[in-house]
Design a protein around this ligand. Structure first.
Ligand code: NAD
Length: 474
């Protein structure tokens, strides 16, 4: 790779486009070496992408839905055929273990295939003796799909698949930290998706606001932090651009006293530490009933100590590095603050010297409810265990958060667990299972965790306007 050539190009109007402006380095978080170089989209390139999407919308929006389903299936097949290449690239830029990168690519394929098969009500007709009322769900126009760096490929499929199914066109923008795999997918799909229907652009911090504020954008589908969600919603208010926002979370896992600790502790562990804790729906506060707290904490700590952390390309590695230096410094700072506050660490994860943003799993023993490690979203491999005594108390403490994304409840008594789960103020609560997601299942955040819904028919319909054609029969 030369300094003047990007390693990956943008997809604009069906053509692969290099840099007209600067090039941005993308670092491998395990080595801090350059993993690739991408174009920093200029204003002219951004406008070219939005205008291409506007032109493509004219025919795509009225194309038969079967044609659009076929394009989604064809795109899924091409990405599926390139899973190995794409997974290695994803690990190189994101850091996650190769097996997890493969799973993320498989999720991309499942989301495209799932939406291709989704039966959404594009056109519903009700007849009475006097009236024929037709309710159409018409596409909005050009969508801006904006995603973070933790699941770059999985998250972008949550935007592209429903947007295209419902007849919209899209400009997809990955995070500046993880653009490589998404750009590579754009390269692979250049001849699969009609020109302008899917555009993929890359750039630095200014590109997100420039894209979401572009006058050609009719909807912004953002996954990101709550702070960014607030900014996007404020700017969208001026133009009344539609928004769907999937934002931060501080999910509670609640472990009731009747569980089999040996079975449940490892499962709860992975709901916390999978992807090195960098999951919006990771369990970030683990409430354990006092009757089983000590046994659970011991088992949980054993697992934390035994996990293999390292370069995701190495055999046997279970957790990769934190994805970028800013996040690494935030997590390390939060652990230091927790220790300085006097909280006890059950497991003090080492923070090795040398290249790579590695932090080993860190477990905090029953810190105060108002400590930063409990109230903030760490988005890294550190989690507090918290002791509780009764159900009303744990419901109050779990709900004492500005966030409302997900959560888990663990118990042998399914009825009691479900009753408790229904009292948690979040978009999803999983009972006796890890965080299961599906293209057919709505996903949404309550409170500061989001606005609107993704996935399922309800999620697809967020990419449409309703039009009622009411005919009086004479
Ligand atoms: P971030 O908000 O900094 O960035 C997310 C994306 O938004 C990036 O592509 C970024 O370039 C873009 N962006 C930033 N400012 C923007 C603006 N003003 N206008 C338009 N776009 C802008 O988030 P991050 O640090 O990349 O990701 C971590 C956060 O994402 C965490 O809070 C996590 O919980 C959240 N997240 C939520 C979900 C969910 O589904 N709810 C899933 C994954 C991550």
């Amino acid at each position: 790779m030369t300094r003047t050539e990007p390693t990956h190009r943008m997809l604009i109007d069906g053509r692969l486009v290099g840099a007209d402006g600067d090039l941005l380095d993308v670092l491998n978080p395990a080595t801090e070496q350059i993993a690739g170089r991408v174009p920093d989209a200029t204003d002219a390139q951004l406008s070219a992408a939005v205008e291409a999407a506007e032109r493509a919308f004219v025919s795509w929006s009225v194309s038969p839905v079967e044609e659009r389903r076929a394009v989604l299936r064809a795109a899924a097949a091409v990405v599926g055929e390139h899973t190995e290449e794409l997974a290695a690239l994803l690990t190189a830029e994101q850091g996650k273990p190769l097996a997890d990168a493969r799973s993320e690519l498989m999720a991309f394929v499942a989301w495209f295939d799932g939406h291709a098969a989704m039966d959404y009500p594009a056109d519903e007709v009700t007849e009475t003796e006097t009236h024929r009322v037709r309710v159409r769900h018409v596409p909005l126009g050009v969508v801006a799909g904006i995603v973070p760096w933790n699941f770059p490929v999985g998250q972008i499929s949550w935007k592209i698949a429903p947007a295209l199914l419902t007849g919209n066109t899209i400009v997809a923008k990955p995070s500046p930290y993880t653009p490589l795999t998404t750009l590579r997918i754009g390269e692979l799909l250049a001849d699969v998706v009609p020109a302008g229907v899917l555009n993929v652009i890359s750039g630095g911090d200014s590109l997100g606001p420039r894209l979401s504020e572009h006058p050609g954008i009719r909807k912004i589908a953002l996954t990101g932090s709550t702070a960014t969600g607030r900014k996007v919603m404020a700017s969208a208010a001026r133009s009344l651009t539609r928004v769907t926002l999937e934002l931060g979370g501080n999910d509670a896992a609640i472990v009731l006293p009747d569980v089999d600790v040996d079975e449940v502790a490892p499962r709860v562990f992975w709901t916390c530490f999978g992807n090195s804790g960098q999951i919006c729906i990771a369990a970030k506060r683990v409430y354990v009933h006092e009757d089983v707290y000590d046994a659970f904490a011991e088992r949980f700590a054993q697992i934390a100590r035994s996990v293999k952390v390292g370069n995701g390309l190495e055999e046997g590695v279970q957790l990769g590095p934190i994805q970028n230096r800013a996040q690494y410094e935030k997590v390390v700072g939060l652990i230091k603050k927790t220790v300085d506050s006097g909280a006890k660490l059950l497991v003090e994860g080492s923070i090795p010297d040398g290249p790579g943003y590695f932090v080993h799993p860190t477990v905090v023993d029953n810190p105060a409810d108002d400590s930063a490690i409990v109230t903030q979203e760490p988005f890294g491999p550190v989690v507090p265990l918290l002791r509780f005594r009764d159900v009303d108390e744990v419901v109050r403490r779990a709900n004492d958060s500005e966030y409302g994304l997900g959560g888990t409840v663990w118990s042998r008594d399914l009825a009691a667990a479900e009753e408790l789960a229904a009292r948690i103020e979040t978009g999803t609560v999983w009972i006796n299972q890890e965080q299961l997601l599906s293209p057919m299942q709505q996903f949404s955040g309550h409170k500061a965790s989001g606005f609107g819904t993704e996935n399922g028919v309800e999620g697809a319909l967020e990419y449409t306007n309703t039009q009622v054609l009411s005919v009086r029969k004479e």
